[in-house]
Design a protein around this ligand. Structure first.
Ligand SMILES: C[S@@+](CC[C@H](N)C(=O)[O-])C[C@H]1O[C@@H](n2cnc3c(N)ncnc32)[C@H](O)[C@@H]1O
Length: 347
């Protein structure tokens, strides 16, 4: 998924840096979960994973990939619905996804507000109708007890993983494009997610992670905070609305959610970010804290080193990384080399 700060292509490298330094353990706190790519990686390495994020759509992904710990069989649903047309060899999830791809269109909040029918061009009208139909069907199955809580979040995660492929945006949802991107006019086909299973009980939350420092105790705290003043909630407002489907009050040409007070991050301001980091580093219950940051972040390197130096031994590891820039469709001429940083603090 395209998401600012997504560590999908970096997590293996981060892990190698850990191995080289003999940093190991059994439990891992993914403090700023986002897409869950980091949590998933460490879950596959059989760490017990804890994670949290302020964004609800991240919570949906966390429930599906991190908290859920088995291949689900959708027993009730498969009993009640005629799936005769499906292949015998499909997995239960694939059968449900195929079914959802065939249900009739429905007009709902996305069609009415984020397609040309609502004077916005985030999605084509055809795909707005698909998103509403699928989202409403999943909610209806939950309300009629045809799916379990885990099945509900897995189906929502399928939708959350699918919709970015058809969004008419240049990476973030702060604005839609004025011309249709070719991928936005393709018909939306729901895709199944992978199940990630390990031997541990894993826990996920949808709260300010700093509020968890007295409760969560793990060998490793992995912190990947926002790097600049741009809040995530307005940049991903439409992902939030598809996940919550709460008919929010929206405003302006871009249809932003009018209220996102409780999703504002203190890590988007240099002063409050340092104050929050201090709380986590001082009071958190970990053996090793790893902070992912870069040389353009709003917290100055000297301040971070000074703060960590007072708490334990600190090492700064740097490597070059080709950054995804949100506003240019990832074209190579606009790609930019920055220094990706890992601050490693051992108590
Ligand atoms: C750089 S991204 C993390 C990316 C993630 N590592 C990944 O691979 O997708 C930062 C994330 O921190 C979240 N966030 C910011 N402040 C937070 C806080 N105080 N508590 C929990 N999550 C927060 C944002 O919503 C965003 O998803």
């Amino acid at each position: 998924m395209r998401f600012i700060g997504n560590k999908e292509n970096l997590v293996e490298k981060i892990y190698q840096k850990m191995i080289e330094r003999n940093i190991s353990g059994n439990s891992f706190f993914d403090f700023f979960a986002g897409t869950t790519n980091v949590g998933r990686f460490f879950k596959k390495k059989n760490f017990q994973v804890f994670s949290s994020d302020l964004l609800y759509f991240s919570y949906v992904l966390q429930k599906a990939y991190i908290a859920n710990n088995q291949e689900l069989n959708f027993e009730e649903l498969l009993k009640g619905i005629d799936f005769k047309t499906q292949s015998l060899f499909s997995t239960p999830l694939q059968k449900i996804v195929d079914f959802l791809n065939q249900i009739p269109d429905k007009q709902g909040f996305i069609y009415e507000n984020y397609t040309p029918a609502g004077n916005r061009m985030y999605y084509s009208e055809e795909n707005g109708l698909r998103i509403d139909a699928i989202r409403l069907q999943i909610e209806d199955w939950k309300n009629t007890d045809l799916i379990t809580e885990n099945e509900y979040f897995v189906l929502l995660a399928c939708l959350i993983e699918t919709v970015p492929f058809y969004a008419n945006v240049a990476g973030i949802y702060a604005a839609f494009q004025k011309k249709w991107d070719p991928r936005a006019v393709k018909k939306l086909i729901l895709r199944p997610i992978e199940f990630v299973v390990n031997d541990k009980e894993n826990f996920v939350c949808n709260v300010d992670s700093v509020s968890l420092i007295n409760t969560v105790e793990t060998d490793i705290f992995y912190l990947d905070p926002p790097y600049n003043q741009r809040q995530y909630a307005p940049n991903y407002h439409l992902m939030e609305t598809i996940a919550k489907y709460d008919n929010p009050e929206i405003k302006g040409i871009t249809g932003l959610r009018a209220n996102y007070e409780n999703e504002k991050s203190k890590f988007c301001n240099a002063t409050t970010a340092l104050q929050e980091l201090k709380k986590v580093a001082e009071k958190g219950k970990y053996k090793t804290l790893i902070l992912s940051y870069n040389n353009e972040g709003i917290m100055p390197e000297t301040e971070i080193l000074l703060l960590f130096g007072k708490i334990g031994t600190v090492e700064l590891v740097e490597f070059d990384y080709l950054r995804f820039k949100s506003n240019n469709n990832g074209e190579s001429k606009n790609k930019k080399h920055i220094k990706e940083q890992l601050y490693i603090l051992r108590k």
